[in-house]
Design a protein around this ligand. Structure first.
Ligand code: UGA
Length: 443
């Protein structure tokens, strides 16, 4: 059993903390949002992640998981401190590392207090970056603590980037493909071997800088795969080929692989858009012009404009047309709408003078805060009623099970754009729809 502290109770921090508690460690999670901490103390998780609330409640009851707003308490009681604070995009695309700096300063100040008042001899701390950060952040964290904390404080800095996906975060924690850990010495390596012992996955030990780059390089590579297949989807549309068959054919080559070759309206979320930008930015700072990734971004933006183009091909004039949008979250099984392609598309339709109606099983409340003027339907049928065009923007399983004969009767015009190549277009055609996906023939 280890004593673990988590700074930042967001998606990464909370999942990491709850899962380490489930592995029988004693975990304290700190966040400066007092409201959030109050909710969490009562077992209420402020976002939707399948299975997370159960684990949080159980571990609170087992007294292995604690929530606090005091970093001093966390530093005092933890041997391993994970920094899981946000690293959002700045206006110029760089990662804004001010929260990481703040956490480092707070850790250093708390270490000062411990040094002053504690009689304990062994006050070793391992400080771990878990948030996605640009290369060289670890050096800054170390320097910040060294400058503020007095000599004699025994600590190491390590990087342990997180690869969990929203919607399957718990599974990704317990069954990862690999665990990446950047360390400076054997002592740190030993601690990571202990805390990850219950997890059956290879641990790849590197230096800290390499671990930092592995995270940015992995997310950017996956974003590149998506933009690559989306570029292919455009060629498909020009000649009437089928991008899904192409992804199948390419993906069967084990060197390429089938995953992340789903063409559609592009990638979104709190990670890929931000990380691609941050990687381009740190590369530029280091003197490398990452043109390849700039094109990845460009293709991703184009995918949204394509939906408007397709809508125009169906509806002629867009002004005053009623557009029903199914799905708001950036992907299914989450209520997260950050950088969601669906919201980008909605904004484009609103700019064209359309009336937008929408429905999502989980992400409506979050969307209402940003787009209060939309019509929020009670279900997909409600949104379809009177619509000229229906757009599937997030591939929630429940949308596959819809009664499209009923939807056909409710709609004003029979058009569907499947932005995720998720629906059975041939079946829809039989119900009387005129429909298209992305990179496929119109049905
Ligand atoms: C991503 C990575 O997959 C995780 O490994 C990583 O830990 C995480 O970012 C992070 O950095 O924290 P996540 O953003 O939760 O995870 O979601 P993904 O499942 O990767 O999907 C990202 C976006 O790509 C979604 O909008 C999804 O719809 C889109 N996508 C995905 C496609 O358009 N096509 C695909 O084939 C796959």
């Amino acid at each position: 059993m280890k004593k673990i502290g988590i700074i930042g109770a967001g998606h990464v921090g909370l999942v990491t903390g709850a899962c380490f508690a489930k592995l029988e460690n004693s975990v304290i999670c700190v966040d400066n949002d007092k409201e959030k901490i109050k909710k969490l103390k009562n077992g209420v998780v402020p976002f939707y992640e399948p299975g997370l609330q159960d684990i949080v409640r159980k571990q609170l009851k087992n007294k292995r998981l604690f929530f606090s707003d005091s970093i001093d308490d966390l530093v005092e009681s933890s041997e391993i401190i994970f920094i899981c604070v946000g690293t959002p995009s700045s206006a110029d695309g760089r990662a804004d590392l001010s929260y990481v700096e703040q956490a480092s300063v707070q850790i250093a100040r708390a270490l000062n207090k411990i040094k002053k008042f504690s009689s304990k001899k062994n006050n070793y701390k391992l400080i771990v970056e878990k948030s996605t950060v640009p290369v060289l952040t670890g050096e800054w964290v170390k320097r910040t603590i060294e400058v503020i904390a007095p000599t004699g404080i025994d600590f190491d800095v390590a990087a342990n980037p997180e690869f969990l996906r929203e919607g399957s975060a718990i599974k990704d924690f317990f069954e990862p493909d690999r665990i990446v850990v950047g360390v400076e010495n054997e002592r740190t390596k030993k601690i990571f071997n202990e805390i990850y012992k219950p997890i059956d996955a290879p641990i790849i030990f590197t230096d800290v800088k390499s671990a930092e780059i592995i995270k940015h390089a992995s997310n950017s590579f996956l974003a590149m795969k998506i933009s690559y297949i989306n570029a292919i989807s455009q060629i498909c549309e020009k000649v009437g080929a089928d991008v899904e068959m192409i992804a199948e054919g390419m993906g069967a080559d084990s060197r390429i692989g089938r995953s992340f070759l789903k063409a559609g309206i592009g990638y979104g979320g709190s990670c890929f858009p931000k990380d691609v930008k941050a990687f381009i930015s740190i590369a530029a700072e280091l003197g490398y012009d990452f043109d390849l990734l700039k094109d990845v971004e460009k293709i991703n933006t184009q995918q949204k404009n394509i939906v408007i183009k397709k809508a125009r091909e169906f509806l002629w004039n867009l002004k005053d047309k009623e557009i029903g949008v199914l799905g708001l979250a950036f992907k299914p099984e989450t209520d997260d709408i950050r950088e969601s392609p669906s919201l980008e598309i909605i904004k484009l339709f609103l700019n064209e003078g359309c009336i937008v109606k929408c429905y999502d099983p989980k992400a409506m409340e979050n969307t209402k805060k940003f787009l209060p003027g939309l019509y929020y339907g009670g279900d997909a049928y409600d949104v379809a009623r009177g619509s000229h065009l229906l757009i599937l923007a997030t591939e929630w399983e429940e949308f596959k099970k819809l009664n499209f004969d009923r939807i056909m009767k409710l709609m004003r015009m029979p058009y569907i754009i499947d932005g995720r190549n998720f629906l059975d277009l041939k079946k829809l055609k039989k119900s009387g729809f005129i429909c298209c996906g992305i990179g496929k023939k119109m049905e």
